[in-house]
Design a protein around this ligand. Structure first.
Ligand code: DSN
Length: 424
């Protein structure tokens, strides 16, 4: 077998694996053919440093038109005053914002990772790279949210006041108290940055909080989780911060910005304008139903008294079954793909075997699954964890079930989700 044959084999096997598995990673999604078509365009061969109409390379006439369209659609879809569509990932977007709004040695407030914060909000990642001193919000485990009063007291006691309050999370069940935190931030002259990476599709579909109108100064977000686009990111902000943020992006942390995936992002904006509301509503219904089904089967799903979730995520404490690592591996063996996750009461040192698993239903929703299918997924998870059947039998059940859901919906022309299409 040649190396090239090997490359095709690996890629085809990956596609086949996902076609017959149940994808429940909360930070992933599947794009339509419409979006994928633009990945293969000549845009992917070009460079476009700088701003629309002010580039450092020739040949950017149509790239300028494309980027202007992307900015315009982002502003319309999210009803914001300014958008920068150049960051190539959520972490890069956060780095750009830290670069723009802080100086090394400044203090910021973030959620710790066990409380759901993204690594880039923390000192051992992007915030640390900027030399920021990270203080954590007080967290209310029961309500799975920031404890506003305790946070206020904590900020009052700080000798050096924070410059930025980061909101938004990777473990994200309920809207954050943006209004209340913005008030605390205003009192100390700080900005509020809301990382909407996980919930951007729900915000576009008007099924989650609206962070800018609730008081956030800046929203960062990757564009490939609940928002079903290519892997890149956007930053949105109020007009008065536009120049500062743009400079943080370029020349701050972005040079070229992967124009082929920007074209795919534009196509996703158009899909979300047309289908976003129905898609986002179904995501939330599915998440609630999956949580309820698992709870009824005896699982320690977080926050039963709060309706489990208001987002695409369901979080389960599986410590009584051996912990998140063991369970995530068992499920992977039968084709149910999700991730282990630290829970608020876990020590960050236990990241290799945390108490929890995190489940996201956005991709299966995109494939057309509804509440009934969530009951089936809960049963398949239960059958696996309690070893009610052999691995081979469950793998076969997963395969048969998933065979009916391999088409991308909520797009203009439905298409296969997991094929590796021929170009010519
Ligand atoms: N850490 C990823 C997640 O939430 O899965 C996002 O970068």
């Amino acid at each position: 077998m040649t190396m090239l044959d090997r490359l095709f084999e690996i890629t085809n096997k990956h596609h086949e694996f996902f076609k017959y598995s149940i994808p429940l990673i909360a930070s992933e999604n599947v794009t339509s053919y419409l979006v994928r078509r633009f990945y293969t365009s000549d845009f992917g061969h070009r460079y476009a440093e700088g701003k629309v109409g002010k580039r450092y390379y020739q040949g950017c006439a149509f790239i300028d038109e494309l980027e202007a369209l992307a900015i315009d659609l982002t502003k319309k879809l999210f009803e914001v005053e300014h958008a920068n569509v150049q960051p190539i990932s959520g972490t890069i977007a956060n780095m750009a914002v830290f670069f723009a709004l802080t100086n090394p040695g400044d203090t910021i407030m973030s959620l710790s990772v066990p409380h759901g914060g993204h690594i880039s909000h923390d000192r051992f990642s992007a915030a640390g790279l900027r030399g920021l001193n990270v203080k954590y919000y007080a967290f209310d485990n029961e309500n799975f949210n920031i404890d506003v009063d305790a946070t206020k007291r904590k900020v009052e006691k700080l000798e050096v006041k924070p410059k930025v309050f980061v909101l938004g999370a990777s473990l994200f069940l309920f809207p954050h108290p943006v209004e209340e935190i913005s008030e605390i931030a205003r009192d100390v002259g700080a900005k509020v940055v809301y990382d909407a990476s996980h919930v951007l599709g729900l915000i576009a579909g008007k099924q989650f909080q609206d962070p800018i109108r609730e008081g956030a100064d800046v929203v960062t977000a990757s564009t490939h989780k609940t928002f079903p686009g290519p892997q890149r990111a956007v930053i949105m902000c109020k007009k008065e911060l536009a120049k500062t943020i743009d400079k943080g992006v370029f020349p701050g942390v972005v040079s070229n910005h992967h124009i082929h995936s920007l074209a795919g992002y534009v196509a996703t904006c158009l899909e979300m304008m047309e289908f976003g509301e129905a898609y986002a509503k179904q995501i939330v219904k599915n998440a609630k139903r999956l949580a309820e089904s698992l709870y009824n089967l005896g699982y320690d799903v977080l926050c039963p008294d709060l309706g489990f979730t208001e987002s695409h995520q369901v979080v389960v404490d599986v410590s009584k079954f051996g912990g998140g690592d063991k369970i995530a591996r068992m499920l992977e063996d039968v084709g149910i793909i999700l991730n282990k996750n630290l829970l608020p009461w876990d020590d960050v040192k236990n990241a290799d075997n945390p108490s929890g698993i995190r489940i996201g239903v956005q991709e299966v929703t995109r494939l057309g699954m509804k509440e009934e299918e969530m009951d089936t997924i809960a049963e398949l998870i239960d059958t696996t964890i309690k070893e009610k059947k052999s691995k081979d039998e469950i793998r076969k059940m997963v395969r048969e079930f998933k065979s009916n859901y391999t088409t991308v919906k909520y797009t203009f022309e439905e298409c296969p989700a997991y094929d590796f299409p021929e170009l010519c």
